[in-house]
Ligand binder design. Structure first.
Ligand SMILES: [Mn+2]
Length: 140
């Protein structure tokens, strides 16, 4: 299992490759606000653990294992953003809160949150009931 830090890298590399077709060390460093030398170090570790292959001319290529986990990590991040949005968390807090919790939930919890998001999406009245409760709580 990748550590939280490894997860952040795999997630970003996956997103960069999806968006641009490649992931450069400098782009990864910028996306994660870290020094390029930290990226190089982590890329070596991810290569050793077979999440990616560093090829001289093609740059970073995710392995099948790396792609599979990258896809799940991006799905998890997006689901948690959706979840916080649905329960009424302010937009300005959503990204950082997801970054703070995403590595610390079991896949069981992620799947149950997925059910809850579906529960709210299937009937917009359900979210309206929640908003009512929130309004009442604000008044207290
Ligand atoms: Mn994330």
């Amino acid at each position: 299992m990748p550590t939280p830090s490894m997860e952040d890298y795999i997630e970003q590399i996956y997103i960069l490759i999806e968006e641009k077709g490649y992931a450069r060390v400098s782009d990864i460093a910028e996306a994660l606000s870290v020094h390029p030398s930290s990226v190089t170090k982590m890329v070596q570790k991810l290569d050793k653990d077979e999440y990616l292959v560093y090829e001289k001319y093609r740059g970073l290529v995710l392995t099948t294992k790396g792609k599979k986990i990258g896809k799940r990590l991006v799905f998890r991040h997006d689901l948690l953003e959706q979840f916080l949005k649905i329960i009424g968390v302010k937009q300005e807090n959503i990204y950082n809160d997801v970054e703070g919790i995403e590595h610390h939930l079991s896949w069981d919890s992620i799947d149950r949150i997925g059910d809850l998001v579906q529960f709210f999406e299937e009937d917009e009245n359900r979210a309206a009931v929640l908003r009512e409760i929130q309004k009442q709580n604000e008044q207290e």
